[in-house]
Ligand binder design. Structure first.
Ligand code: ACO
Length: 333
């Protein structure tokens, strides 16, 4: 299978969120917090929480079905499924379950882990497979259920996160509508945001044979350091991407940042001198949905008729790793 074009176009989007809503008021029943604190520090009013039988697979599948319909292709047309997630239903990978649910019989499917940068890293990965001529139709999903891993006794982090999924179809195209990208990682700051595995060593059946077994422990975060990192690195990486795309900030029609905190979104937009009416935000309704946040905001804006074909969109993800990145593309074919 070889495609004849070496450009890419993003041709459809979809999204799905759980049914259950957790408001700031609800959170005051479990930790010492208030609607006023959460609203002024983060802009978040509520978030959606996945309850069984909802799963990462079911949310990712629902978002994907919408994206396929919007792009006007069927599951059988997909060559590659990339599932950006840090919260799989199965640590061996969840993408194949989504492939099965969709009936994407031709597709190869795998998970990609880059926390809240996952969607941007996934977009660039998908583009490489298409630009090298290997695949023609890629389904990229960003989905996370961080409520599974939140420390519900830590008021500094439990108020921030929510669950959801977003998906896009990326297709081979004559002209390249991915205008530029930059990806970054800095493991020296890894300790600021973790969802760590911890194990203890034990002897098996009183023999001298030892194994280490344990479990993953809830999210730990140094909020101030992550905040500082985001407001410095995100404008930098968008600036660099504008430069490589031969564009200026005023050429951007829509800025869609990882939806972590309204104050971070405002600070980045201000530093880039991008006016508020070009900034897409839905953090108030969903909180930080990690890899899902950018495609969820993108899909909402497309369905609201804000984003039109040929609009220039800048996206930027940032988070654990630490990792961050930006991509600039023209919407549609
Ligand atoms: N309710 C009430 N008070 C609170 C709460 C809460 N939910 N949480 C913290 N506080 C208190 C603190 O205890 C502290 O009190 P003290 O001064 O008496 O010690 C005070 O509020 C200020 O705390 P800070 O942590 O300094 O508050 P800050 O203004 O930095 O806001 C926040 C905290 C919202 C977490 C902010 O730092 C932030 O958004 N950081 C970025 C986090 C982020 O985006 N993380 C996700 C990255 S994406 C990924 O990869 C998963």
């Amino acid at each position: 299978m070889q495609n004849l074009f070496n450009g890419i176009a993003i041709t459809g989007s979809g999204s799905a969120v759980p049914q259950t809503c957790l408001t700031n008021e609800n959170l005051t029943q479990i930790v010492d917090t208030s609607d006023e604190w959460i609203t002024t520090r983060t802009g978040i009013k509520e978030r959606k929480i996945a309850l069984a039988p909802e799963s990462l697979t079911s949310l990712a599948t629902a978002a994907s079905q919408q994206a396929l319909a919007a792009a006007g292709i069927t599951a059988a047309d997909i060559n590659l499924i990339l599932l950006a997630t840090s919260t799989p239903d199965d640590l061996f990978g969840t993408a194949c379950r989504v492939q099965n649910e969709l009936g994407a019989i031709k597709a190869v499917a795998f998970d990609l882990t880059a926390a809240c940068s996952g969607f941007v890293f996934g977009l660039v990965t998908a583009a490489q497979y298409i630009k090298t001529g290997v695949y023609e139709n890629v389904l990229l999903i960003g989905a996370d259920i961080l409520s599974r891993w939140v420390d519900w006794e830590d008021r500094g982090s439990c108020v921030l996160f929510g669950d959801g999924a977003g998906a896009v179809v990326i297709q081979a195209n004559k002209s390249d509508r991915l205008l530029g990208f930059t990806l970054k990682s800095d493991g020296t700051q890894n300790q600021y945001l973790n969802l760590n595995y911890k194990g203890t060593t034990q002897e098996l059946n009183s023999s001298e044979i030892q194994v280490t077994q344990g479990k993953f422990h809830p999210i730990t975060m140094n909020g101030r350091e992550v905040y500082r990192f985001a407001v410095q690195k995100v404008p930098e990486v968008i600036d660099k991407t504008l430069f490589t795309a031969h564009l200026q900030a005023e050429d951007i029609d829509w800025l869609i940042l990882h939806q972590a905190n309204q104050r971070i979104i405002n600070a980045v937009a201000e530093r880039l001198e991008i006016p508020q009416h070009k900034v897409i935000s839905n953090v108030a309704n969903y909180g930080n949905t990690s890899a899902a946040s950018i495609p969820l905001a993108l899909d909402e804006a497309v369905r609201q008729g804000k984003i039109q074909c040929d609009d220039i969109i800048a996206i930027s993800g940032f988070g654990a790793g630490l990792s961050w990145g930006a991509a600039i593309f023209k919407w549609g074919r």
